[in-house]
Design a protein around this ligand. Structure first.
Ligand SMILES: [Zn+2]
Length: 299
């Protein structure tokens, strides 16, 4: 790995460190990519490193990815567990490293919770910060500031684009706040992994989940299943949630047992190729999520 990085760094030096005519931005996961392309508009080319349909938690950069990062005017990443690989790459570039924006620094990170809903020492910060629209606005503003610093001649366009996109996300925030205020209940059941800690935290939602976080585990304990079914029956929960690219097995089991509906909440950590091709954005996927939440909340 070290040797490869040395060779790639030498290549970059030959390429002139990526001084391209049009600005170039490289973003790791879909939320980073969407915020960057919305703020960049026509003023910079934005590349999504972790391709659609790829499991972000298992991603490893290819030599071409490393070259792309090194040649960018700006590198946008979360700075959580899943893209911790970026630190080693950025270090290896030394003085040739591109400007970077580490988006977890633009929000207040929350600690992952254990299976009992407790945060304690030894657990990492939850990295799915964008699942709260309130954080998404802060992330858009962080990308705006970084783009203005990296490509100051385009600052006016970046400000205008960021204002427009932040306003769209603020509408989602207002709609969600209003929905929760009118809701019959503030309780959601996740028959799946749970990457929505920030959404639940910022909007005052109580969550019962098969897994406490966005774990790689797939088999919940029998006790957890029984507890979820008890909550559904005691509280009259109408639907349970799965996340994108899930096999939905837990939700099916619970639905057969209780007769509840099953809905998907899209965490946006990655999108499918068809969603990508259809031009889905953070805002379009969040609007879809709001419809799914409306049913669960009874709003
Ligand atoms: Zn995740």
């Amino acid at each position: 790995m070290k040797r490869l990085l040395a060779i790639l760094t030498a290549c970059l030096a030959l390429m002139g460190g990526g001084a391209l005519a049009q600005g170039s931005v490289v973003a790791t996961s879909f939320p980073c990519y969407d915020f960057a392309r919305q703020v960049a508009g026509d003023a910079a080319e934005v590349q999504l490193l972790i391709r659609p349909g790829t499991e972000v938690h298992a991603y490893e950069p290819t030599p071409a990815d490393i070259l792309a990062i090194g040649g960018a005017d700006l590198f946008v990443f979360i700075g959580g567990e899943s893209d911790a690989w970026a630190d080693g790459i950025l270090d290896s570039f030394g003085g040739e490293a591109p400007a970077t924006v580490r988006l977890i620094e633009s929000v207040t990170p929350l600690e992952e919770e254990d299976a009992h809903g407790h945060a304690h020492e030894g657990l990492a910060f939850d990295e799915h910060i964008w699942t709260s629209p309130k954080n998404a606005v802060k992330m858009v503003r962080a990308v705006e500031a970084a783009l203005c610093a990296a490509l100051p001649e385009e600052a006016a366009a970046f400000h205008a684009n960021a204002d427009a996109y932040a306003a769209e996300i603020e509408r989602i925030d207002a709609e969600l706040t209003d929905m929760v205020a009118r809701a019959a209940r503030r309780e959601l059941v996740f028959a799946d992994r749970f990457p929505f800690l920030y959404l639940a935290h910022d909007y005052g939602l109580e969550v019962h989940a098969a897994f406490a976080s966005c774990t790689a585990e797939t088999e919940p304990s029998a006790q957890t299943l029984v507890e979820l079914i008890d909550v559904i029956e005691a509280d009259g929960i109408p639907v349970v949630y799965t996340i994108e690219m899930s096999n939905g097995a837990i939700a099916r089991t619970i639905a057969e047992e209780t007769g509840v509906g099953v809905r998907e909440l899209h965490s946006m950590q990655t999108v499918t190729q068809s969603e990508f091709d259809a031009g889905e954005t953070y805002v379009s996927l969040m609007a879809r999520n709001l419809e799914a939440l409306r049913e669960g909340l009874g709003a």
